[in-house]
Design a protein around this ligand. Structure first.
Ligand code: BES
Ligand code: MN
Length: 476
């Protein structure tokens, strides 16, 4: 249990600490925070290997234990899938300090993306390794960093916590949160809050802090292309008969106009929202994405809109014969999966249907095309006028000693819009430890440790100050 004895921060009047005092406290407890992150990485909590599996329960138990250390009463609860089968291992918890104080829900997720092979990794993916101020390992940033922020911010405040806390550390975020709706319906009171702080996003850079102004929605569309009943000799029939891979490539490219903008009717776009005012500079984008020299960026309009508020489509899977062992045959079928990123305010089911309809309507050469819409997740936009936004920006300015540059994100956190539907009065701020060099979902994922410290100080400042914000506080 953390208490007053767990930090050294000096008095700054009425139990309030300034940024420098909190920073000192974060430094003092730093090894403990780093251990949380390192131990968490070693747990290999890959939800794609089974959300209900034992390794995911262990990961949840670990996080619950750590949160207990900083004064939160936690429980590990197994959610259920919509069909009633056992689902994800979730961590929920709370700490009540006063019936008059606002309640803040802290969110992060303890599951991580898979590591299909250690190819491309310069370190062991599940062994935290510190190099030049960054900690490498799967889940170091996404979202071990979010867990570390909540843990260390609560620890820094100790018993001087002036707000009520609820926590939800999800075990299936990377799988699109299939159990979330049934779970929340069962545990409504445990989510009911005035403010929600989501630590699963990131900063403009390791030096410049950001609130996330918007997130895109997402939907998968699986497409199957069939040209023949069975494969045939490519010499015998090649010419009039195009193979299913080629036809699929034509179908895929037909989604774009000559500028590289998506041209699927019914896929909506919007201009930057949520208070976003800055654009992204091309040089930085090229560097951060590791674009090869001369690679031309697709689409028109500002880079901010192309990255964050317009839709995009990626082919994330393609079933074709591997090159190795291939032989002279015309493939009769091909299958591919499109991951559609949906403009923040569009209904993802509608975007999925528009994409599937487009695939079927544009089948090249009369091929048989089937398209199935899969899982959906909604997008989100911040209300820049929310009172907590100003509080958070001030806290970030002080913690980072830099002017915040709020940014959009092209990724998705479907939990946020789902929860906002149920608690529309709750103010949501989306922050997090990722930066453009974090390589989330890819090899050599890492977190900038100096930036993590600043994120912790910022969250501790936010929690302190939310006690004084005039929110429509519900009585507990
Ligand atoms: N942390 C990411 C979301 C994110 C991505 C924030 C990029 C900021 C920048 C989150 O864990 C994630 O990857 N979400 C998935 C959700 C999907 C499975 C529904 C995503 O966006 O692919
Ligand atoms: Mn994440």
């Amino acid at each position: 249990m953390s208490g007053k004895d767990s930090f050294t921060a000096g008095e700054a009047g009425a139990g309030m600490f300034n940024a420098a005092e909190l920073r000192e406290s974060v430094e003092k407890d730093w090894n403990g925070t780093l251990d949380v992150l390192k131990d968490k990485i070693a747990l290999k909590s890959v939800s794609a290997k089974g959300i209900a599996a034992e390794h995911m329960r262990k990961s949840a138990e670990f996080v619950a234990e750590k949160m207990r250390e900083v004064g939160i009463e936690t429980r590990v609860v197994q959610a259920q899938n919509t069909d009633g089968t056992p689902g994800a291992w979730e961590v929920i918890g709370s700490r009540t300090v006063s019936a008059e104080a606002p309640t803040v829900l802290l969110y992060a997720h303890h599951d991580v993306q898979p590591v299909p092979s250690s190819d491309g990794w310069k370190t062991e993916p599940f062994e935290a390794t510190e190099i030049d101020g960054r900690l490498y390992g799967r889940g170091s940033a996404d979202d071990g960093g979010g867990i570390a922020i909540h843990y260390a911010a609560l620890r820094a405040l100790g018993d001087d916590l002036p707000v009520n806390i609820k926590i939800f550390i999800e075990g299936e975020e990377e799988m699109g949160s299939p159990c979330f709706i049934p779970f929340i319906e069962k545990h409504r009171d445990e989510f009911d809050s005035d403010v929600i702080i989501v630590a699963d996003s990131g900063n403009w850079s390791a030096q410049i802090p950001s609130l996330t102004t918007s997130l895109r929605g997402n939907v998968d569309v699986d497409v199957e292309v069939k040209v023949l009943e069975h494969p045939v000799h490519s010499g015998q029939f090649g010419g009039p008969i195009l193979d299913a891979n080629t036809v699929s490539a034509m179908l895929i490219s037909s989604m774009y106009d000559k500028n590289g903008d998506l041209a699927i009717p019914g896929l909506e776009s919007c201009e930057p929202i949520g208070g976003l005012s800055l654009d992204v500079d091309e040089k930085t984008l090229r560097e951060d994405s590791s674009a090869v020299d001369g690679y031309v960026l697709a689409g028109t309009g500002t880079l901010a809109s192309r990255l964050w508020t317009k839709p995009s489509v990626a082919v994330i899977g393609f079933d074709a014969h591997p090159v190795e062992g291939s032989f002279n045959v015309i493939a009769n079928t091909a299958r591919f999966r499109l991951s559609v990123r949906v403009s923040p305010l569009q209904d993802p089911a509608e975007a999925g249907k528009a994409t599937a309809d487009f695939m079927i309507a544009n089948a090249p050469f009369g091929a048989k095309v089937e398209a199935k819409v899969g899982e959906t997740g909604s997008g989100w936009a911040m209300n820049p006028d929310a009172k907590t936004v100003a509080v958070a920006e001030k806290a970030m300015r002080e913690a980072f000693d830099a002017e915040p540059a709020n940014k959009g994100e092209g990724g998705s956190i479907p939990f946020i819009p789902d929860l906002q539907k149920i608690f529309p009065q709750a103010e949501v701020i989306v922050t997090g430890p990722e930066d453009p060099k974090a390589n989330a979902h890819s090899p050599n994922e890492s977190i900038d440790l100096e930036s993590l410290k600043k994120n912790i100080v910022a969250e501790a400042l936010i929690l302190q100050r939310l006690a004084d914000v005039d929110l429509p506080v519900r009585k507990n």
